[in-house]
Design a protein. Sequence first.
Length: 277
Amino acid sequence: MLTYAKHYEKCKEQSGYPKPKVDIYDFTHAVVDVTSNSEDDLIQLPKNYMEIVNGAKNRYKELMKNPSNMNIPRDPMIDFAIRIQTIHDSPEFEALAQVIIPQIEQNMFGCNVVMEALYAYRNVYRDAPERASWLWHYDNNPKEIIKVMIYLSDVDENCGAFEIVCDEHDEAVKMPTYKIDHTTWNAAPNNSRITEAQLDTMASEGYYPYKILGKKGTIAIFDNNIAHRASIPMSPNTRDAIVFMIRPWWTKEEKYINKKHCRAWTGTSIFMNPEEI
């Protein structure tokens, strides 16, 4: 069994891509602003980008209408998200992936990638204590995994923005993962939730919380082990988003969102063996 790092090196050798713009081991996060897309951004947006985003949003709204497409929590009244479970057979989602992921392959990984999961959800207000992903946390996944979040609605301070912790250099704070490879594959302390004591220490060292705001179509790319959380929107505001979870792979995928390996809210967690899908 290969380690994740060795698997990544093999994927780069096999893919034949040029050296990427960034080193994923040093990378923390990047935001692509639809109102000021720069040539320095990791993702260059095509002229029809908003048409593609609107297509994905319309498909998302269509899926939302049918309860059979949803992943229903045990207690909806304390859950801060409405989750779409039916992600396949949606060419509108695939069109969005086809814009973003080839550029991630080229500019970040320097190899082909596989989409491990797609999460589509609506962040909503609940009169309940913060829990799960609404607490400060990190994902405790291998270092070779990157997430890409695309806002499907305008997000301001009141809409439950994605929030990260940044240092004095405005870089997101990366937490240590306890799942590196098959030789080191452990649960994180406190279920990877960041304690109040840790947050106090971060604040004393000049770290600060930062909400990623933006128009519909804004893209947030981030290492899954940075300190982050979903904030709770002010009623009646909501936040709609799609998240791609991607990692290195041997071959070029014709379709990134496929039933062979791309799951939604239910299914197998991250494999210890990077060669498994």
